[in-house]
Design a protein around this ligand. Structure first.
Ligand SMILES: Cc1ncc(COP(=O)(O)O)c(C=O)c1O
Length: 399
């Protein structure tokens, strides 16, 4: 079936974080919210139908922790998309990826240990590390000719200078990888993953690869799951996947963590006990329907997303040239370099919200290196994107 992504569906008064939360977040109910990562677009019909069918059953008691049909859907998807042979027992279901990150850090570190990340990065990474009593080692990404790259020598140094310490506490145990990378939109190339992974593994770190954006690709980009690089990579990593971003199901809290190494899997399961439940009945149903029957919708969505990106690119280049776009390779989040506007980071946020009346995520939220940037979510009808750009253009003109 053909989906009409131009249709504007109001999300107001649905307890929607993005729209109904705009007043408390931006101090103005009239902002166009383009911050949190969900879509203002209707989802794939087979998912809605599957949820309705399950609702008709009228009993919503506890689910099995790992239903066979959902597990099979994931196994098949990993095989079809990446040629990755995931064994059913490797899959651990969690109600969201962020709680799984917390469980992973709890499982694989002791308080006082260090965890590597590469800023600017999805900010809950920071909180997950700190709230588990660990320290962040920030190997900041490098912006080179308008494109972000990993700093491999920085990564090597970060591990090496800690290597001489006694192998007790306070060492780097983990690397959190955001792949594809939110907010800078990079879809890491296999060679980049190999270089980063080899360094981390050589220093005995476990890699937690958050691949929630792995199916949201712009033309030309190829996503390589970290674990598919080699058996060694598979055994030293855990991979977080979910249909939540790809199929716009974030409110259903359904994720899967693929943990091939039995020891790491056992530690993860121990760490989650009692604090991290399984997935709710509707989350499972939606996940299975998305993975089995959602690809017709996804194909159309990716075409629409690319159209939105081209529209944004054209508009900004022609009419708001002081803002520079970091071209994304994946995700529906665009990282905008607003440094030429001349604001300090806090005033920039306020300018966008109060003068332009567009609610973006402020770059500094994503850690060092994010100052002066803003993140814009373009998963919305094109007319909404056009209105937001017009507002920014006018506000910039009035400066
Ligand atoms: C990289 C990344 N990981 C995880 C999440 C959120 O995952 P969940 O809602 O499943 O906790 C997001 C949401 O934007 C994200 O960008």
């Amino acid at each position: 079936m053909k989906y009409d992504f131009d249709r504007v569906v109001s999300r107001k008064n649905t307890d929607c974080a993005k729209w109904d939360g705009a007043l408390s977040l931006f101090g103005d109910a009239d902002v166009i919210p383009m911050w949190v990562a969900d879509m203002d677009l209707p989802i794939a019909k087979p998912i809605t139908e599957a949820i309705k069918k399950r609702a008709d059953h009228e009993i919503y008691g506890y689910s099995l922790p790992n239903p066979k049909s959902v597990t099979d859907a994931i196994v098949n998807r990993m095989q079809d998309r990446y040629g990755w042979r995931v064994r059913p027992e490797w899959i651990v279901f969690t109600p969201g990826i962020v709680p799984a990150l917390y469980a992973a850090i709890k499982a694989y570190t002791h308080p006082g240990d260090e965890v590597i990340l590469q800023d600017p990065v999805y900010h809950p990474f920071w909180h997950a590390i700190k709230n588990n009593g660990c320290h962040v080692v920030n190997n900041q990404l490098v912006l080179h000719n308008g494109r972000y790259e990993m700093d491999f020598s920085g990564l090597e140094t970060a591990f090496a200078i800690r290597h001489g310490r006694p192998p007790t506490r306070h060492r780097i145990r983990l690397m959190l990888l955001c792949s594809p990378h939110n907010p800078v939109g990079r879809v890491w190339k296999k060679e980049e993953l190999i270089r980063a992974g080899e360094i981390a593994i050589r220093h005995n770190a476990i890699i937690v690869s958050d691949e929630v954006h792995g199916e949201l690709l712009l033309p030309g980009a190829i996503h390589t799951p970290f674990a598919t690089v080699s058996e060694e990579f598979e055994q030293h990593s855990i991979t977080c996947i979910s249909p939540s971003k790809t199929f716009n199901l974030a409110g259903l809290d359904a994720s899967a963590i693929i943990i091939p190494n039995p020891g790491l899997r056992k530690q993860f399961q121990e760490a989650r006990k009692g604090i991290l439940p399984g997935i709710n009945v509707f989350g499972f149903v939606a996940m299975e329907a998305a993975y089995r029957h959602g690809d017709g919708w996804l194909e159309q969505f990716l075409v629409y997303l690319h159209g939105n990106y081209e529209f944004l690119f054209d508009y900004i280049v022609k009419k708001i040239p002081k803002i520079k776009i970091i071209p994304p390779e994946g995700t529906y989040l665009v990282w905008l370099d607003c440094r030429e506007l001349g604001f300090n980071p806090v005033d920039l946020r306020s300018f966008m919200a109060k003068e332009a009346k567009v609610g973006l995520d402020e770059g500094y939220l994503f850690g060092p290196g994010g100052e002066g940037f803003m993140r814009m979510n373009i998963a919305c009808p094109r007319s909404v994107l056009a209105e937001a750009l017009k507002r920014i253009e006018n506000a910039v003109k009035n400066l």
